[in-house]
Every structure is written in C-alpha cells, then in structure tokens.
Ligand binder design. Structure first.
Ligand SMILES: *Cc1c(COP(=O)(O)O)cnc(C)c1O
Length: 341
C-alpha cells in the first residue's frame, strides 16, 4: 500500500528509534527531563521565540494557545476554513468558551482590511476580540503558503489594536521551504506559534508551541490542566529533536514529488486540480469522471493507493518522507487506471 492520505502517516526513522532508545530522561512535570528541555530550547531558537513547550498534538497546542490568550466570552477571529474552526471538534467553544467569527480567505489568506473591520470596538453590547488565528500552510486551501507580507499586515493591525496573534503552523516548515525563507520570517509576525513535529517532519508524536516566557509559563499550567503533563517524555522528545534539526531540510523533496503527481493528474482526461499545489498537498477534482470522491478513493484503494476525500468530488493526496519518486509513479499509473474505469 502507498499511503498518500496525509503526512501524519510517516513512521519514525531508524535514527529516531535509536535516539528514543538512548534518550536521557527524567520527570518532565518536575522540569527534569533533559531531552524535553533540549527540544523546547532548540524549538524556541529555531522559531525565534523566547520559550517553547512540548505538547501532545497540534490540536492540544492550538487549544492551549486559545486558552492562554483568551477569557470566556471573548471573540476569536479566524479564517473560515481554518483547522481550529473546521477540524478541532468545536474545542474553542467547549474548552475556552470563546465565540468564533470567521473571515473568508483567498488561498488561506485573510484580507487585512477584513480583519481590521472585524475587530470589535468598545461597546457594552459587544464581545471583546480576544485573539486572531492564522494558519500556514493552510490545510483546507490545499497546502497554500500564506505570504509573509499578508501576515505582517495583519500583525501590524493586531498590534495597533492590542489583539494577540496565534499562528497554527502545523506545516510551517513546508511554507518556509516553498517560500525559500526562514521560519522566523513567518513566526516574527505572530505572538505565538504552534508547529507539528509529527507531520512532514516525521516524528511519531508531538507539537511545539512557542512564544514569550510569560505565555509559556501559563501555557504549561494549561497543559497540565488538560492532562498533558508527561513524565519521562524524553523518549518522544528525542525523535522530535531529529525532526526539527534534520528532517526540516528535506521537505523540498515532498514538494517536488507533489509537483510530479499534480502535473500527471492534470494530464488525465476528466481529472483536474482543484487548485495549483504550492507545497506537499494536492487536491484533485474528480467531478469530470462522473464519480464521487468516495467512490474514487475506494477504487484507488483497491489498486493499492490510499488517498482521502476532501469534499463531494475532491480527493486529497499528500506527499511525505515515506513515499519516494518510484511510488509516486506507481500512484500515477493507478490514478490513471481508476480514471479510465
Ligand atoms: C494536523 C493539523 C493540526 C492538528 O494537529 P494534530 O496533531 O493532528 O492534532 C492543526 N492545524 C493544522 C493546520 C493541521 O494540519
């Protein structure tokens, strides 16, 4: 089976497994796990932030950020198809007690003017705007890179209005690879950032949230409250360190494979791209084949290729460390075969 559902399916490399075996550990709730500390310090430095916190997942990281920045009854501004709004089981309402106000985006980017217009003024009837969330790369926009300039404009508006900004950077390293800039260029236009170690970077578990030291101290308490205080977590932080220091430099390969796959899909009669891929995510439209995405995905699976539905006629493919160029060629043959059926 060639699994193109998501870059989360990557398995830890041999180097990661060895690092897990030999990792120096301690009780991280007491702040005594040297490997977790090293991971947090390294991540803070790479992201250009004062401090960082190792959390169990991207969702937990985003939720801790919302809980730390906001108070119940406040309003959260975010893009209408953002992961925090679309895919986190309503957690911001269930946990943080904030209401969401969504803004439509263009390839994942909100218009700064729309953000400015949505920020609440002082009025007894209004909720306070508690936080603005950005996402980069933008998942539902097909791995689109939100330009640094767009983030900068929104951050300037946010700062002028004293509203903090959080970046859901689950795939921030893919954005940096595609834009050819350092992740710091994105991260400096936000107060806090979440990155996933377990997607394209290939670690088995975990995410990082980063921000100033005061934010991380409060975030650490929220993590404990949510049951995310882990003990000898060095065994999972060790592969995270490899993900951060080594795997980030190979994401260009995934992008290259995505290009090859996207060009082949475009050439298949009846198939088209929902949008041009910018990173490792490809969204194809199968409407022209008179098939639903469910049927397409099922037939493709019978050919040994796993993909995912992304709408009634949209199918998503994600390239990652565990698929090489040969396997991409096999996937292309299988997709063409299903399209002919
Ligand atoms: C995957 C993802 C998350 C959540 O990460 P989990 O580790 O699966 O909880 C958050 N935001 C975006 C944009 C994602 O793609």
């Amino acid at each position: 089976m060639i699994d193109l559902r998501s870059d989360t399916v990557t398995k830890p490399t041999e180097e990661m497994r060895k690092a897990m075996y030999i990792a120096d550990v301690g009780d991280d709730v007491y702040g005594e796990d040297p490997t977790v500390r090293e991971l947090e310090e390294t991540a803070a430095e790479i992201l250009g932030k004062e401090a960082a916190l190792f959390v169990t997942s991207g969702t937990q990281g985003n939720q801790i950020a919302v809980l730390t920045h906001c108070r119940p009854g406040q309003e959260l501004l975010l893009e209408e198809e953002s992961h925090i709004f679309y895919y986190e089981s309503g957690a911001v309402a269930a946990l943080a007690g904030v209401q969401t106000r969504t803004i439509p985006g263009q390839r994942g980017a909100m218009d700064p003017q729309d953000v400015l217009n949505a920020i609440r003024t002082e009025d007894i009837h209004f909720p306070e705007t508690g936080l603005i969330c950005l996402e980069n790369t933008h998942n539902r926009a097909g791995g689109a890179v939100v330009p640094v300039e767009n983030m900068k404009s929104i951050y300037n508006i946010a700062q002028a209005n004293r509203v903090p900004v959080h970046l859901d950077g689950a795939r921030l390293f893919n954005a940096a690879a595609a834009a050819g800039v350092d992740v710091k260029e994105f991260a400096k236009n936000t107060d806090t950032v979440q990155i996933c170690l377990s997607k394209g970077l290939g670690a088995p578990v975990g995410s990082i949230i980063a921000g100033d030291a005061e934010f991380i101290t409060t975030a650490r308490k929220w993590r404990k409250r949510l049951g995310g205080g882990m003990r000898q977590a060095g065994v999972i932080a060790a592969p995270g360190l490899i993900a951060l220091t080594k795997m980030k430099d190979r994401l260009g390969e995934d992008q290259w494979n995505a290009r090859i796959l996207a060009e082949a899909i475009e050439a298949i009669p009846g198939m088209k791209l929902a949008r041009q891929p910018e990173t490792n995510i490809i969204v194809a439209d199968v409407e022209g084949l008179n098939m639903t995405s469910d049927i397409f995905v099922e037939r493709l699976r019978a050919e040994g290729i796993i993909s995912g539905t992304f709408g009634p006629t949209f199918v998503r493919f994600v390239t990652h460390y565990d698929v090489n160029e040969d396997q991409i060629q096999k996937a292309i043959e299988a997709i063409a075969k299903v399209a002919r059926q």
